[in-house]
Design a binder for this molecule. Structure first.
Ligand code: T46
Length: 139
């Protein structure tokens, strides 16, 4: 599976530390950001997610800690470790995802291409597989 991992620009200062930044509107991300959310205070070992999106594209990054992202496009599976504040993972639509918390205090940040819409979620794995098959048949 082709993984879209980006390097987030980082300004390092020996005395004052680091400042990391990315910009939307086609500069650093291939989409305009309509929503930002972050997931925190998650007990180690917890697996969240377990769904796909019909249209949403997102950038996931972990400013602190370590989180494993498990991706499944319906035919292939892959795992990505987010444990570097300057590394981001773009997760496209039609991708089943799970997120496993590996380290206490880990924070998952997400920049999303769309506003929140529960009807964009596919929360059942069999329905996801049927959706991927149906999309593959479309011209
Ligand atoms: C995703 C992964 C990486 C809202 O009300 N507004 C929002 O913008 C979001 C994202 C969630 N919610 C509500 C919906 C649920 O009642 O928050 C609750 C928890 O959401 P969910 O169980 O979908 O959370 P995760 O951690 O399983 O998944 C989230 C995103 O929902 C999802 O789009 O890709 O993070």
């Amino acid at each position: 599976m082709y993984l879209k991992i980006i390097s987030i620009k980082n300004v390092h200062d020996e005395q004052e530390g680091d400042l990391s930044i990315f910009e939307g509107s086609g500069r650093d991300l291939p989409f305009d950001i309509k929503r930002i959310y972050y997931i925190h205070h998650v007990p180690v070992g917890t697996v969240r997610g377990g769904h796909a999106h019909k249209h949403l594209t997102q950038l996931l990054w972990c400013p602190y800690g370590s989180i494993t992202i498990l991706l499944d496009d319906g035919s292939e599976k892959a795992e990505v470790q987010l444990n570097d504040p300057t590394k981001g993972l773009i997760v496209e639509h039609a991708m089943w995802r799970e997120m496993r918390w590996e380290q206490e205090g880990s924070v998952l940040c997400v920049a999303a291409s769309e506003f929140y819409d529960e009807s964009d979620y596919i929360r059942d794995y069999a329905a996801f597989q049927a959706y991927v098959k149906q999309q593959a048949k479309l011209p």
